[in-house]
Design a protein. Structure first.
Length: 329
């Protein structure tokens, strides 16, 4: 059944990556037996396994322990997912990849321990790709101490420590972290309030997609943490290559889609829920001053966004069939 399913998806539908969860016990989590079986089959068909790499059993235990002890504030969302839960799962995932020879991709990696697992994989020349998110580069776990306001930043994995931010910036420059994404998952504040008396009931997610390019430029390029070339790599070129869309996507060249962002590197402005366009009533970066602003976005040669106004209609998006995974960026 798995054999037919993966072949149809990869060969017929152009879907070459398959996301798995080592967390969310009792819901999305799969065990190691299922993971190995999937990896072996996906490798045969030319695909890639992606993973949310945190130890679901350990997290489940810590959540229940904190609830029983009456530790119910957003801080305990963080304390129920300590660094070791991500480091251990990442190491286990890359070891299974190594055994099967399957290409893999770790989504939203957040911490030093997990990146050390990636370093071990690189020593073995594995086909492994790594993503982090803009919030893990800029925000830290001290935000969970703001009483229930900390629920704005309840996401999984949670925000980490400042030392992890330093590690991730270095990992980008070293080529260990290939992509900076957002894991954009917004909830209205009223929805977050569902968990005001119990952190485990707070919907997990953070709105960030609109601000990614501006924040990464302002905090990365403008402050000398990464080069302009690296900025383009981790936001545009590498994702297209990793997920089998290059050179149609990820480059400006004859025959490629004319997907172009026109960016003013000097314009200063403040981020706010009052001015953003995301369908959410708060900002994780309220009042944050950034240098650099997206002015115009072209999608397949047509102006999609111009001076904060959307110029295309619903349904203009187009599904892209992807190629098999090469393991090369």
């Amino acid at each position: 059944m798995i054999i037919v399913f993966t072949w149809q998806l990869i060969e017929g539908e152009g879907i070459s990556s398959f996301k798995t969860f080592m967390a969310y016990k009792g819901a999305l989590m799969i065990d190691d037996r299922q993971m190995i079986g999937l990896m072996e089959e996906v490798k045969k068909q030319g695909g890639m396994v992606t993973v949310h790499a945190t130890n679901g059993d350990m997290i489940d235990y810590l959540i229940q322990k904190n609830r029983e002890e009456g530790n119910l504030s957003p801080l305990y969302h963080y304390l129920s997912q300590p660094e070791v839960t991500e480091a251990e799962a990442s190491e286990r995932f890359v070891d299974m990849l190594n055994y099967t020879g399957c290409p893999g991709y770790i989504v939203h990696l957040t911490c030093e321990g997990a990146l050390n697992a990636v370093r071990n994989a690189m020593k073995r020349n594995q086909h492994l790709f790594v993503e982090t998110c803009i919030q893990y580069l800029l925000l830290d776990a001290s935000l969970y101490e703001k009483n229930f306001e900390g629920g704005k930043w309840v996401m999984s994995p949670p925000l980490r420590e400042k030392k992890d931010q330093q590690t991730l910036w270095a990992g980008i420059s070293q080529g260990l972290v290939n992509v900076v994404a957002t894991d954009h998952c917004p909830f209205m504040w009223e929805q977050k309030l569902i968990g005001k008396d119990d952190f485990s009931k707070i919907p997990n997610g953070h709105p960030a997609v609109e601000n990614r390019m501006e924040l990464l430029y302002s905090e990365g390029v403008a402050k000398g943490k990464i080069t302009l070339n690296k900025y383009v790599e981790v936001t545009c070129t590498n994702p297209a290559k990793i997920f089998g869309m290059f050179p149609r996507k990820g480059t400006i060249a004859p025959g490629s889609d004319a997907d172009i962002v026109i960016f003013d590197p000097n314009e200063k402005h403040k981020l706010s829920a009052k001015t953003h366009h995301m369908n959410v009533d708060y900002s994780g970066y309220e009042g944050w001053e950034v240098t650099g602003k997206v002015k115009t976005v072209l999608l397949r040669g047509q102006i999609a966004i111009d001076n904060d106004e959307c110029k295309v209609q619903k349904g203009y998006g187009k599904f892209i069939k992807r190629k098999k995974v090469s393991g090369i960026v």
